[in-house]
Design a protein around this ligand. Structure first.
Ligand SMILES: *Cc1c(COP(=O)(O)O)cnc(C)c1O
Length: 232
């Protein structure tokens, strides 16, 4: 039987191989373990195998897991990667360390206003819509700079970079096209804000293309925790 620890090790070696193929340092790519829909026992198993960053998609589910694990595992870094309605921003502001899917001024402003004073600023990525499918969330590319400007003016937020969910496709050419578009935007944003360091892209099935195009943070769920029972 393959364990979570085995699958985590396999994920790390996939990252290392993909990095080597394009002359990048494997250590320049962080692995974010996407634990949505999975029980806290699975998170603990990954923690015991050395994993420290976990990502959740559903705000209530995420907050419950963080509350359950915070005292025993204070060194876990929690990332929110799901869609967020503005009436739930307080839950993200109070519990998470990172928020990857900011795509509106109103959400940024509320996260800033609701971030408790005793916490460090919330790390934020702007979600860009690079997908050919018009159902995907994220902002249009021409809105990136105005939103970045707002975020950098908010004291309780720290702009870290960009995130995207590309078209779900096995077509490597399309994957590369979308990821390189995002990489170009990232470079453009870095000209304005040299301290940004995060390009959050790549999942279980498009890891190689994402790393080739400069991803610094890959979000891997099913390849570590197994298939999910309900789609997400
Ligand atoms: C579910 C999810 C992932 C992980 O997807 P897998 O295919 O299970 O690796 C990554 N990013 C986002 C935004 C997700 O919702």
């Amino acid at each position: 039987m393959t364990t979570i620890a085995d699958r985590l090790a396999i994920a790390h070696s996939r990252i290392a191989q993909a990095a080597q193929k394009c002359d990048r340092q494997p250590s320049s790519i962080r692995l974010l373990a996407v634990s949505k829909t999975k029980p806290v026992e699975d998170i603990i198993a990954a923690y015991q195998a050395g994993q420290r960053c976990f990502a959740e998609n559903y705000v209530q589910e995420g907050a419950e897991k963080i509350t359950a694990l915070k005292a025993t595992y204070p060194d876990i870094e929690w990332h929110f990667i799901g869609p967020l309605q503005s009436n739930k921003t307080n839950i993200v502001a109070q519990h998470f360390d990172w928020m990857h899917t900011v795509s509106r001024d109103k959400i940024a402003q509320r996260l800033n206003d609701q971030r408790p004073n005793e916490l460090t600023p919330l790390n934020v990525c702007i979600q860009i819509n690079i997908s050919a499918e018009d159902t995907k969330s994220g902002i249009d590319t021409d809105q990136m700079l105005p939103l970045a400007k707002l975020i950098t003016q908010l004291p309780n937020l720290t702009l870290r970079g960009l995130m995207a969910i590309p078209t779900a496709t096995a077509d490597t050419e399309l994957q590369l096209k979308e990821f390189s578009t995002l990489h170009k935007l990232f470079q453009e944003l870095q000209l304005h804000y040299p301290s940004i360091d995060t390009l959050s892209m790549g999942m279980s099935n498009d890891l190689d293309a994402a790393i080739r195009c400069g991803s610094t943070m890959v979000r891997i769920g099913s390849a570590i925790f197994g298939e999910r029972n309900y789609p997400a």
